[in-house]
Structure formats: structure tokens, C-alpha cells
Design a protein around this ligand. Structure first.
Ligand code: PHE
Length: 342
């Protein structure tokens, strides 16, 4: 039996050394070490030996087994790295070959303008906050000094979701939510979608975008509002841009203003875009009404503030000279592709 084992080990050594690939090695592993392999057969045959011989023989078989196992492991690692080296040599990369072009997506023009605005306002110390689009009547109107039956409600045709739940008609709804949660000094912008029951045409859409701004601190005046908006307009439209305040009315600000910038198309001379006036209206703003500060839990005798609501869609259409607001909402790739990478 010892003789058989010796021969078997010797053949195994030769065969393993001669194996040319992984498959052959695997076959050898089965042949010698597998359940029905030759060594296992030898172990099984040990029953025929005398009790004195058995332990010795067992030890020899085990030694042979671990030798063969070790040889197979070594050979297999050797074959693997040889195969890899061969592949590396064969697969040289031609770095002068032109690359395949893959299509790259781009940001929606609204997002580009919004990103610029966020950068700008963050650099002035504003935080960006979010608010719900389905908003309660309280935050959208009541707390903003627009009680039920107030004629100002007609200014904004509201989509009602329930008796006290609306699709927010203005991001101003965020003002009160912020004041409830934060102590002055407050400096936030709240960008988002707003909804009004408007007929769709080239300049109107039932869903559009606003960016609300709110600043509350001690000693805030209309001058601060003007300075802030001037900086904003010059950043977005260019350094020569001028800003003009026109008196207006919003229930939640007093005084209220509408803000125009010099037309970026003609520089203020008058053209088709600005309908010959030289000015383009971009936002509504004003000093936060004392009732609104109170509703937000802030003492109007100690603090004052300003707020503004910028129409993001108008800003985007004028910046990119887009003639129809509907293009912003249709997601036609032929339109959107023009902005990729710009
Ligand atoms: N919410 C107003 C609108 O939608 C804009 C505005 C915001 C006016 C903040 C004043 C202050 O028309």
C-alpha cells in the first residue's frame, strides 16, 4: 500500500507540474482529492490493514494529501498570474484612438438661473429654505394680512384642495413658517413652484416659480431692500443694470413696491422686449407689514424687515431670450439640449 501511495504521489507531482491551464488543474484536484478521488479510495482501503499499521498509513496518506493540495494551489496561482500577464500584454490600449462620445445631460434653464441666484444670495448671508406646495389658507393668506373676503384674494386665482388647503399661490407663504421657527436676524430665500388658475399663453402658466426673500432684523429700512436688489440685478443682468422702485400694493408689505430693471436687451433705450419703456418688471417687494411680523411672533416695535418675491420664469426667459414661457414646461429635448453645458 505504501508503494501505491508513493507512486500515486509521484504521478500527481508530474501531472500537476505539466498542467497547462486552470481547467486541467481543476481536473487534477478532482482526480486526487475529490470525493471519488484516488487518495480517498486509498483511505477507504485502510480497513483491510492491521490495527498497528493503520495510524502510520493514515499519517502518510494525510501527508500526501496536503502535499498534493499545496502543489495544486501553487500551480493554480502561477497559471492565474501567467494568464493575466498574457492578457495584459495582448490588450494594449491605443490612447490615440478617438473616444466614444456619450450624451451628457444638462441643467434646465430654470435651474441654471436659480443656481446663480442661490450662489449670490448665499454669498450675502441668506439661507435657502423650503416650504410645502400644498399650503394651508392660514400661511398662504390669513397670516399674511389677507383675511377671508379681502379683495386682494382676487389678485391671485387660487386652486383650492379643500376648504382650508390650497396650492400655494405665492412663496410668501414661507415667510410666516420661517418667522415662527427662527429668531431675528433672519435672512432667507425660499425658491419653489407656485400655482394660479391662469389661462395658458406665451407669458402665463398655471404653475410657475418664485423666489421669496425675507430679511428681519433691528433697523432694516427700504434702503437695505434697494441695495440688496440692486446687487442682485447687477449680478444677474450685468453691472450697468439699474433698478427702479414703483409704488405698489401688497397686503403683507407696507410700503410696497414693484421693481423694474433696465431692459437687458436695449440697455434702457426702449425696444420690443420692454415694449419701448426701457424697463422690465421682475419682482414685487416691500417692508414687512407689522401685522405679518406679529403673526410670525416678532415684535414690530423692535424689529423691521423687508420681503421680495422674484418671478423666476420671467428672469429665465429674458436672460436666455426665450419667447414663450411654455417652452420651460414642455420638456422638449430639442429645446432643452440647447442649454446643455451653457
Ligand atoms: N407674493 C407677491 C406676489 O406673488 C410678491 C411679493 C413677495 C410682494 C414679497 C411683496 C413681498 O405677487
Amino acid at each position: 500500500m505504501q508503494e501505491t501511495l508513493k507512486n500515486l504521489t509521484a504521478t500527481a507531482r508530474e501531472e500537476i507540474a505539466a498542467a497547462a491551464d486552470e481547467q486541467q488543474i481543476e481536473a487534477l484536484r478532482v482526480k486526487y482529492l475529490g470525493k471519488k478521488g484516488e487518495l480517498t479510495a486509498l483511505l477507504k482501503g485502510m480497513g483491510a490493514l492491521s490495527p498497528e499499521e493503520r495510524p502510520k498509513m493514515g499519517q502518510l496518506v494525510n501527508e500526501a494529501k496536503s502535499e498534493i493540495d499545496g502543489l495544486i494551489g501553487e500551480k493554480s496561482a502561477e497559471l492565474k498570474s501567467a494568464a493575466q500577464n498574457k492578457r495584459l500584454l495582448e490588450e494594449t490600449v491605443d490612447i490615440t484612438m478617438p473616444a466614444k462620445r456619450s450624451a451628457v445631460g444638462g441643467l434646465h434653464p430654470l435651474n441654471k438661473v436659480l443656481d446663480d441666484m442661490i450662489d449670490l444670495f448665499q454669498s450675502m448671508g441668506f439661507d435657502v429654505v423650503d416650504g410645502p406646495e400644498a399650503e394651508t389658507d392660514y400661511y398662504c393668506f390669513e397670516a399674511l394680512n389677507v383675511p377671508k373676503d379681502h379683495p386682494a384674494r382676487d389678485m391671485q386665482d387660487t386652486f383650492y384642495l379643500g376648504e382650508n388647503l390650497v396650492l400655494r399661490t405665492q412663496t410668501s407663504a414661507a415667510q410666516i413658517r420661517v418667522m415662527e421657527k427662527r429668531e431675528p436676524p433672519i435672512r432667507i430665500i425660499c425658491p419653489g413652484r407656485v400655482y394660479r388658475a391662469d389661462e395658458v399663453d406665451a407669458t402665463h402658466s398655471p404653475v410657475f416659480h418664485q423666489v421669496e426673500g425675507l430679511v428681519v432684523d433691528k433697523g432694516i429700512t427700504l434702503c437695505d431692500l434697494k441695495g440688496c436688489l440692486e446687487q442682485f440685478a447687477q449680478e444677474i443682468y450685468g453691472p450697468e443694470t439699474q433698478v427702479r422702485f414703483r409704488p405698489s400694493f401688497f397686503p403683507f408689505t407696507e410700503p410696497s413696491v414693484e421693481v423694474d430693471v433696465t431692459c437687458s436687451e436695449c440697455g434702457g433705450k426702449g425696444c420690443r422686449v420692454c415694449k419701448g419703456t426701457g424697463w422690465i418688471e421682475i419682482l414685487g417687494a416691500g417692508m414687512v407689514h407689522p401685522n405679518v411680523l406679529r403673526a410670525g411672533g416678532i415684535d414690530p416695535d423692535v424689529y423691521s424687515g423687508f420681503a421680495f418675491g422674484i418671478g423666476l420664469d420671467r428672469l429665465t426667459t429674458t436672460r436666455y431670450k426665450i419667447s414663450d414661457i411654455r417652452l420651460l414646461f414642455e420638456n422638449d429635448l430639442r429645446f432643452l439640449d440647447q442649454f446643455a453645458g451653457k
